[in-house]
Design a protein around this ligand. Structure first.
Ligand SMILES: [Zn+2]
Length: 448
């Protein structure tokens, strides 16, 4: 450089420029803005007050449109001017998001109260009443042969007008669903000894399929201490309905057997025909589930016709054709008395029929065969089993005494034991079972 006097100002000038750039990198440029404070908890900066007020007006208008009532601000936002870094000034969409989350809007709405506790809010009293009457219809469902006698809520249900937060006001469908199912947030359940999916589902008022889906289960097999998520419905409201209905039931025919020395084989003298009866009943239901059932009247509309069978004194057991028809026949009645419990009763666990009788009454072989068991067997008490060949076995339980021995050949109608109440039994009767091909059968299908 030729002139050294110029060096100082140039260096100083460069320094100034560098300092200025550096300052701008470290501390951002500030700008004048409006700081908005809502409920003393949320604050943000906006370009100006007018922009914020426009967004608030827009939010109020949209809530008013949704609810159909006037919506107002619960408290006014506070505005002040301040210098803030440019990057902190919220833009239109940010302002909208913040206000939507934090702004408290209030409105007048209808509250549905259950036992004094507000549970849902909807826009109007009319809407609330409509939801409640829809629920009464939906949750008291009855079929075409039934009529509703009475329907009411089990709880004290009231509708009241109240000033609430606008966001509490629900759409009608949403409110109805909440009343019906309550909070369905899943809970965690730990599998205990003896649990099955079915038991767990029953305990939590849900279904096996729901638990399997929620937990991604591939099989129903459970492990001890396994954790399961269970989502069950806990209705907030109970519709209690009383219904009256009519149904037709079959009266099964009875078979009467007469013995005649003039016939050599079993003959059907009169075919049996089932009768019919009309039953009038009343039921109490809670949310559609039967909690009480009472028969009001039974009218026989068609009398059953007895099946009359004449049997020879020495006729042996033969299987009659079982093709298609439900009645197979071939067995004679082992005792005389009313049937007090039918096959498949007690939720399907009853493996035979119970024939009423007094202790000491004769128990007769239902067909000829060989005694394969004669003795005590657990809940059956004193029991006789007879093998009739062709995979057919009959068993006679709760006897007071046994008159035959294992291996003994018996003929149809022969007295093999006496009626009693041994084993698991609550009174004198004969428990009679028919086993064919290794499985229990309804004895009524085999009895002549
Ligand atoms: Zn029984």
């Amino acid at each position: 450089m030729k002139d050294k006097r110029l060096l100082v100002p140039v260096v100083l000038g460069l320094l100034c420029i560098l300092t200025y750039i550096g300052f701008n990198i470290i501390s951002e440029q500030k700008t004048k803005a409006t700081v908005v404070e809502i409920n003393k908890t949320v604050s943000f900066a906006a370009k100006d007050k007018a922009q914020v007020e426009a967004v608030i007006a827009e939010l109020i208008a949209s809530e008013e449109k949704r609810i159909g009532n006037q919506v107002t601000l619960a408290s006014q936002p506070l505005y002040r001017l301040a210098l803030v870094p440019k990057s902190e000034v919220a833009d239109q969409s940010e302002i909208k998001k913040i206000l939507k989350e934090s702004l408290l809007l209030k409105t007048s709405a209808a509250q549905i109260k259950v036992n004094g506790k507000p549970v849902v809010c909807v826009a109007s009293v009319d809407t609330a009443n409509q939801i409640l009457s829809d629920l009464k219809v939906r949750l008291s469902n009855c079929n075409e042969n039934e009529k509703i006698v009475k329907v009411a809520f089990a709880e004290k249900v009231e509708v009241e007008t109240a000033v609430v937060s606008a966001r509490e006001v629900m759409e009608p469908a949403e409110a109805q669903k909440l009343l019906e199912t309550g909070d369905t947030t899943p809970i965690e359940y730990t599998v205990k000894q003896g649990d099955s999916l079915w038991l767990i589902a029953r305990k939590h008022d849900t279904r096996v399929a729901n638990i399997m889906a929620l937990n991604n289960l591939k099989s129903e097999k459970l492990q001890l201490n396994q954790k399961l998520l269970i989502s069950s419905s806990n209705p907030l409201i109970t519709v209690e309905s009383v219904i009256e209905g009519k149904k037709t039931e079959v009266i099964p025919y009875t078979t009467r057997i007469t013995t005649s020395s003039s016939v050599s084989s079993t003959q059907v003298k009169q075919a049996g025909r089932n009768g019919e009866k009309e039953i009038t009943y009343t039921q109490v239901r809670k949310n559609g589930r039967v909690v009480e059932n009472k028969i009001l009247a039974e009218v026989i509309t068609k009398e059953p016709v007895d099946r009359i069978v004449v049997t020879g004194p020495r006729s042996s057991y033969t299987m009659t054709a079982s093709r298609g028809g439900s009645h197979i026949g071939g067995l004679s009645w082992p005792a005389s008395g009313k049937i007090t419990s039918s096959y498949g009763s007690r939720s399907g666990s009853h493996t035979g029929i119970d024939i009423d009788g007094r202790t000491g009454d004769p128990v007769r072989a239902a067909a000829s065969g060989t005694v394969t068991f004669a003795g005590r067997q657990g809940t059956y008490g004193l029991m006789v089993a007879i093998d009739h060949g062709n995979g057919l076995i009959t068993r006679y339980a709760h006897c007071s005494s046994i008159l035959v021995k294992v291996g003994q050949k018996v003929s149809r109608g022969e007295v093999i034991a006496r009626v009693g109440s041994t084993g698991k039994s609550t009174g004198s009767h004969l428990h009679f079972e028919v086993i064919s091909g290794g499985s229990f059968q309804n004895p009524l299908r085999y009895l002549d």
